[in-house]
Design a protein. Structure first.
Lengths: 113, 116
């Protein structure tokens, strides 16, 4: 099976812009979770989607949003980018999210200038 | 609240030496526990997991971990380290409840350096 894929791998934006990141889960996996990884805060949970519905959400401002499509692919969007949004954004998929065994993609490196 | 602590930020071992990375968690019930490894610029690879049953679990690449409920620990071990094991290692806990799906809480990570 193909693993979790994320596009793009690298992205450079300026403050105030918005960005959309994409994640394709492992075939058959219906749960997709998103994480932000920074040197200062480590790995932090953003949100989880299952069957096109957001089931769980971390403590991030409303500028961070996401969605999931009927084929389980997911996108996350960050609006009004701030310098502090520079991070590695990781997507992970699992069968149904309940056992929490997650498989991670390579991430999207976002740099905000 | 759930939390994970990895007391060692950075560890250096000689190639061929044994390795133990520490992980302590805080969680009210029996947690789901994981160890992941991350190479520079890469995503996270699952090394092993503990859900229930035998407290000594075997993983990939020769790693094992032992769940000790009394100590709230889930330490990762390897008898003989290879230079390719140099990476960052993350311990994580999952709630496994219907109200907290898809969420892993990670420790701050331990960077492993391997000396030749």
């Amino acid at each position: 099976k193909a693993g979790v894929t994320q596009t793009p791998r690298y992205l450079i934006k300026t403050r105030g812009q918005q960005v959309t990141l994409s994640c394709s889960p492992i075939s058959g996996h219906r749960s997709v979770s998103w994480y932000q990884q920074t040197p200062g805060q480590g790995l932090q949970f953003l949100f989880e989607y299952f069957s096109e519905t957001q089931r769980n959400k971390g403590n991030f401002p409303g500028r961070f949003s996401g969605r999931q499509f009927s084929n389980s692919r997911s996108e996350m969007n960050v609006s009004t980018l701030e310098l502090g949004d520079s991070a590695l954004y990781l997507c992970a998929s699992s069968l149904d999210g309940h056992d929490n065994e997650q498989f991670f993609g390579p991430g999207t490196r976002l740099t905000v200038l | 609240a759930q939390s994970v602590t990895q007391p060692d930020i950075h560890i250096t071992v000689s190639e061929g030496a044994s390795l133990e990375l520490r992980c302590n968690y805080s969680y009210g019930a029996t947690p789901y526990l994981f160890w992941y490894v991350q190479s520079p610029g890469q995503g996270l690879q699952l090394l092993l997991k503990y859900f229930s049953g035998d407290t000594l679990v075997q993983g990939i690449k020769g790693f094992e971990a032992e769940f000790k409920r009394s100590q709230s620990s889930f330490n990762l071990r390897k008898p003989s380290v290879h230079w390719s094991d140099a990476a960052e290692y993350f311990c994580a806990v999952g709630a496994g409840t219907s109200s907290n799906t898809g969420k892993l809480i990670f420790g701050q990570g331990t960077t492993l350096q391997v000396k030749p």
